[in-house]
Design a protein around this ligand. Sequence first.
Ligand code: M6R
Length: 430
Amino acid sequence: MDDNEFAVIEKDNIRFFDEELNIICKKYETVNLSNFNTTKNGYDNFMLKEIFEQPKAVINTINNYISSENQGVELSQFQPNISTNSSSTIVSPSSIYNKQFYFSNFNLSQDDLNNIKQIYIVACGTAMHAGLAGKNIIEKLCKIPTFIEIASEFRYRDPIINENTLCIFISQSGETADTIAALKLAKEKGSKTIALTNVFGSSITREAHFSFYTYAGPEIAVASTKAYTCQVSLICCFAIYMAEILESTNCNVLEELKKDLFDLPTKIKEVLQKQEEIKNIAKQCYLQKDLFFLGRGIDYAVSLEGSLKLKEISYIHSEAYAAGELKHGPIALIEAGVYVVGILTDDKLTLKTISNLQEVISRGAKTFVITNSKLPNNTFDFIFTVPKTNSFLTPILSVIPLQLFAYYIAKEKGLDVDKPRNLAKSVTVE
Ligand code: M6R
């Protein structure tokens, strides 16, 4: 249904009305829910199941955009919506999976892309954090200035955007009120809009000029996990696609990145196999009142996501800081026994962040470090190693121990992991 429509649902009949209560005809589509597994499948909680579904969810997403045979980005996947007006047909998941959805007249031309002077990525919560990882990829590969905006801020601040702006709206549910309102505003101002969502036929896809999908399957736990890793993967595919058209990055770099995308599921599995390590760390700090996350560059973006995950399901107060900001205020909060989680996946910044962590250690903090490098064993209380990957893709691996960390802390505290207090899965009101 579109906005301002009503329905009367009876046992054998559904009638639709417009806002003046005139009867209207709607086109029906049968959505085949059996395509999706919406049970816990033997897991204690949906959240844990969804964390473990990530290898499959990520490869399903990548496979829909990059052909694994020649590893060329399939242009046909980045297609315009069937219709951008509100009476568009609801497209059922089965037809999407059969790829009957896409037009053959591909219409984001090289000229269109060359005219894009700036990109905004607009979203809320975890989707916004995926956008932060995406900004890094798009700017470096496409050389287009890219800005991240919180949807609830963007919609009210009269942003300077025009027909030379591309706005990407990320929303797992496709129903987040602020994100949809921000999209409508961007469209009014003449920008090209892309919805990046996990839900076919969701409200956001009816508004955007283009819709790209993550193929994560339904995400039921309130805490978003597999949606994030799929969103980052999809933005990476899109950035590669744009970079190929714009010829903004050396082909070898793009080929290497494609190969590394296909290696992700194996590496995600490697991380998941070490869940007991995280469980043991969680057992030691679940009674903490405050926790801090530190990182630089892309690791700061992941710190924000780790901190959000922890607070929403464990109710432990936590903050994420860019490690270099520590001495500009937050270090006043560090005292003996406080836990600080450090994320160190960028070789160029590792020594800098280590030096920040040493500042908290000297004030008695306990440290838990997530890294892909070999670090001295005796400096930190806990070290969790993730596999090396392409520098654009580190957020996809380093976020997983943080998802498990939040999960096991909430479990230790005996909390309802899937339905944390005060939160809804889709935030359909302001
Ligand atoms: O459905 P959306 O991606 O638009 O939702 C955005 C946020 O509400 C969502 O990511 C929220 O922050 C999650 N609960 C985080 O785990």
